[in-house]
Each structure stands twice: as C-alpha cells, then as structure tokens.
Design a protein around this ligand. Structure first.
Ligand code: NDP
Length: 334
C-alpha cells in the first residue's frame, strides 16, 4: 500500500482509505463491519474516514470499536461535522462555533479517541460567517482535538476564502473531500486547479460510483442481492442517479481496458482517480471483507495515457463535468 502526503502538510496517508458511509451501523451487521476494518488493516490501509452524521453517530461508534486494539499513532482517522446529528435540535447542525465545539466532543466520545487526524467541514455553511467557522476550527486544533482541518464539496471560491482566513488564524486547510470518479469529474475544471495552488489535496469519495463502476449492475437485469442498489436503508436512494441503462451499458465497455491491465473493473475505477496528482487518497467503501482485499490492489497501478483516452471514449457523454454541480445547501439542513 503506497502513501501520499495530505496537501502541503507533512502527514502521510494511505492512497486508499476505508470509508464507512451507509455500511457501518446501517447496511451491514457489526461483525461484518469489524471484518471489513480488519481486512483493511491486513492490506496495509491505515487511513479511515467516517462522519458524525453516518447512521446518526453509530458509524463512528462501530469504527472506534473496530480500531480500539490498534496503536493510535499508526492510524490516520478522519471525521466530519455539518449535517444534522443526535436529536437534530436547532444547533445540532451547520458550522457555527457552538456546533463545531460540541461536534468534535461528540465524535471523539463515540470514536473512543483523544483526537482525530483530520476534521472536515462536511459542506459549506452559507448561514454562518466563514470567520466564525475558521476561528472555531483554529481553536479545535489548538485544543489538540484535531491535528489537521479539511473541507468537503467546497467550490473554488470557497476554498480560496477559507484558506486565506485559515492562514491568518495560524493554520492551513489541507484537503477538500469531493465526489470524484471516471463518471463524475466536476472538480477538474475549477476545484483541482484552485486546490493545487492553495496546497490542498482532494480526498475523493465514491471513486467506484458507489459500486456502479465495478460493472456488477448489468443493464436490464435485477441488481445483485445484498448490493447497495437493493439496500432500503438509504443505499438504493443514493445510488439511483447512476442506475441509468445507458450509464450501465457504457461501464461494460470498460471491460477490455481493465483486462489489458490485468485488473478488475473495480480496481480500474480506483486506479483511475489515483492518476490525478491532486488526489491524495481514494475513499473506498465495502460491504464485505473480500471487496476490501480486491480493491487495495489498485494501489500503485499506472494507467498509460492511451488507456486513459480509451476510458474517455468508452464512457463518452455519460461523464458529468459541470463545475456548477459542486454545491452546498443554501439553508443549513435541519
Ligand atoms: P465507493 O464508490 O467505493 O462504493 C463502495 C460500495 O461499492 C461498497 O459499499 C460496495 O457496495 C460496492 N463495492 C465495493 N467494492 C466492490 C467490489 N470490489 N466489487 C463490487 N462492488 C464493490 O464509495 P462509497 O460511495 O462507499 O463512498 C466511500 C467513502 O467516501 C464513504 O465511506 C465516506 O467515507 C466517503 N463519502 C463522503 C461523502 C461526503 O459528502 N464527503 C459522501 C459519500 C461518501 P455493495 O456491496 O453494497 O454493493
């Protein structure tokens, strides 16, 4: 498993991170969740991503239990704040000073940890002054509760304004966490150039388009039993945008390209995002330990330029590239 630096910081993270959205505390039982974390550790993954909102706190609790016997110094643990949590009271949401201060304490309690390595703003909060948010993050860092600060799905202008304020408050934003895959490339035009200039990496979510780029969803055929597209706890709703017959047909055209590299489609999808030098890690989910063992083989793979071009030709116009699709809710969600 190869490591990359996170932004312009000195922190090294594994180029494949295990993420637990929709799975821990929800789609899969706790013993399977622990088996997936163990498979990640066995494969050399030391970086783990979660959020307070995943399964309303349960995902952090399960991850904390799965990691509790590990040496803390050998792990990089990421979590996030912004979406409504707990009983969803008026201040249990957003990026106010109050919610950031209470959010970090709640996350640390559920994880059973003294600090997280990366604390991320899970979206941009249009209803809180950016100065207030950045000052609260500075204080979280000074209190030793988070070592580094990042954001998620911020657009280029928000990254620029946030970084300027962070640096005047004495720290730096090191990362942005956007959706990025061969099918969803909206960060390429504006976010990646801005982040590169600002010393920030992308830590990218759904590199496999939630499983669609593994090629297991065949056009016109029922989704495989137990897959995200059949998960009624939320998976089915979240993956729906990619379950379009034309998209599924295009994905099947990637098979000969993967075969030429001796890869499975799942591995090609993860290797594809890692070809972008501004990407520090691919956040990959799994509902079974065998998937983790398969996915980690994408680390260190180089895709030659002619095959990158062949991927573009195979996917054609089903690729989303519109930079305006990087958006945060206008009103803080309640
Ligand atoms: P992926 O695109 O990696 O999809 C993972 C899912 O695909 C798995 O849960 C599994 O679902 C299926 N899968 C995984 N490996 C294989 C395989 N080898 N063959 C076939 N199917 C496979 O990413 P996620 O959508 O899970 O997101 C990854 C992480 O990104 C999250 O855990 C979270 O940490 C982060 N994230 C961040 C967001 C943000 O707003 N910042 C939003 C969303 C995610 P199944 O078996 O059930 O079909």
């Amino acid at each position: 498993m190869d490591y990359r630096f996170l932004g312009a910081s000195g922190l090294k993270i594994t180029e494949i991170t295990y993420g637990n959205w929709l799975t821990h505390g929800s789609q899969i039982e706790n013993d399977t969740a622990i088996a997936c974390v163990n498979a990640a550790l066995d494969a050399g993954i030391t970086t783990f991503d979660t959020a307070d909102v995943y399964a309303n706190g349960a995902a952090e609790t399960v991850l904390g239990q799965a990691l509790k016997s590990q040496r803390r110094e050998s792990l990089e643990v990421f979590t996030k704040v912004y979406w409504p949590v707990g009983p969803k009271g008026a201040n249990d949401t957003g990026l106010s000073r109050k919610h950031i201060m209470e959010g970090i304490n709640g996350s640390l309690r559920r994880l059973g940890m003294d600090y997280v390595d990366l604390y991320q703003a899970h979206r941009f909060d249009h209803e809180t002054p950016l100065e207030e948010t950045i000052q609260a993050f500075a204080d979280v860092v000074r209190a030793g509760k988070a070592l580094y600060i990042g954001v998620s799905e911020w657009n280029a202008q928000q990254l620029r304004e946030g970084q300027a304020l962070a640096q005047s408050a004495g720290f730096s934003l090191v990362s942005n966490q956007p959706q990025y895959s061969a099918l969803w490339r909206v960060i390429e035009a504006e976010v990646v150039p801005a982040a590169s200039e600002l010393g920030m990496s992308q830590v990218v979510w759904s590199p496999m388009a939630q499983g669609v780029l593994s090629g297991k969803y065949l056009p016109g055929r029922p989704a495989p039993a137990g897959s995200r597209a059949t998960d009624e706890h939320g998976g089915q709703r979240n993956i729906a945008g990619f379950m379009d017959p034309t998209v599924l047909e295009r994905v099947q055209l990637l098979r000969p390209i993967a075969a030429e590299l001796g890869l499975k489609l799942s591995q090609l999808a993860i290797a594809w995002v890692l070809q972008n030098p501004n990407v520090a890690t691919a956040l990959v989910g799994a509902s079974r330990p065998e998937q983790v063992a398969e996915n980690v083989k994408a680390s260190g793979v180089a895709i030659p330029p002619e095959l990158m071009k062949a991927i573009d030709e195979a996917l054609g116009d089903v690729v989303e590239r519109d930079p305006a699709k990087t958006v945060s809710p206008e009103k803080r969600p309640a």
